[in-house]
Design a protein around this ligand. Sequence first.
Ligand SMILES: NC(=O)c1ccc[n+]([C@@H]2O[C@H](COP(=O)([O-])OP(=O)(O)OC[C@H]3O[C@@H](n4cnc5c(N)ncnc54)[C@H](O)[C@@H]3O)[C@@H](O)[C@H]2O)c1
Length: 406
Amino acid sequence: MNIAVGGTGYVGLSLAILLAQHNQVTAVDVIPKKVEKLNNWQSPIADTEIERFLKEASEGKRKLNLTATTSAATAYANADLVVIATPTNYDARKNFFDTHFVEQVIELVLEINPKATMVVKSTVPVGYTKSICARYPKGKFLFSPEFLREGHALYDNLHPSRIIVGTPFEDMRAEAERFASLLAEGAEDTDVPTLVMHATEAEAVKLFANTYLALRVAYFNELDTYCEVRGLDTASVVRGVCLEPRVGDFYNNPSFGYGGYCLPKDTKQLLANYQDVPQNLISAIVQSNRTRKDFVAEEIIDRCRLLKEHGVKHPLVGIYRLTMKSGSDNFRASSIQGIMKRIKAKGFQCLVYEPTLDAPDFFESEVTHNLNYFNENADIIVANRWNDDLSSVSSKVYTRDLFCRD
Ligand SMILES: NC(=O)c1ccc[n+]([C@@H]2O[C@H](COP(=O)([O-])OP(=O)(O)OC[C@H]3O[C@@H](n4cnc5c(N)ncnc54)[C@H](O)[C@@H]3O)[C@@H](O)[C@H]2O)c1
């Protein structure tokens, strides 16, 4: 089958490689540098499995029928199936996802190849597929939620927790099953739980799944806030709580807040979808993340004030990594940025250690790649996640990473 994938980010690239094992795949992106890298079998993103698959393909050890292009029209013209994996950022003014990158692809496909089935893999508001079916009556659409984790994007598609495909019309069920079987064919696991459902339900699955994950992060963060204020040992409380098998000892490490590209925007979108539907919890999950960042920032600001009382005229706050997780190569919507913003609003200067950022400053704070310089000059070091880089200056470090894991 000829497949075009629009967008070569975490979602698009991992799917392009997964599907290129058994199909002819053309990956499309608007960024020429990404396309050039891919055509040289280099990954534009940090992902162990993607890098391994591309390297093996370049050495002739693995068959991948994959090419990349910026020429969307040519790619879509020849495709039986177009997978859409473009960004859906949250638009704070409209209080809704901005889906125009998805619609850019849809409109191009309808113009040059209206017979192609389009599978939206981007995360969309609940009801979106239904709305595009009305807006573009000639289009054939499916929605398939994506559950991968950044940094493990291809791994998570080779070993999927589940495959879900949503169809807006019952008469497209066979197409939905066909797409599900393409994903299953590329996976290394067999017997992957697979569900075909209405597209609106599949959209809800994605937002409810991410909001549950955000709830869990927020819960353990509020537990930690409570323990900190009341002088209790958070680690003991978490261990005790999580021995309950229905809670489980995982995904319970306190942090500065849930962050990354998906959880902050997906929770806000779900809340927006609740308009006119009674709820308390979904608002609380969104609100809880702000409260947590306020608390963490206040703890750091208190330490800065204490340093001032002890003669440090202008305490310099070291921001150890802007990334959300250890091993990550991007810092989209990372919670430490919210902490940094709050600290700076109170007049304290920051120094950022972020080796993946090729710029002299970040929001007017100096950026360094020199760890020794960073460790020596920062008066207090703020780290969402601990790293042994900080062992020699541990007395300066403020972190809530109690279990040294994501
Ligand atoms: N990152 C994740 O962990 C994750 C997980 C599940 C779902 N999602 C969802 O998947 C979607 C994509 O996320 P991502 O992290 O892969 O995004 P990304 O920003 O990493 O990649 C998107 C790519 O699309 C390209 N693009 C933009 N407009 C385009 C167009 N008109 N034609 C072709 N390419 C275009 C961009 O240049 C970029 O390379 C979002 O809706 C996101 O919410 C992301």
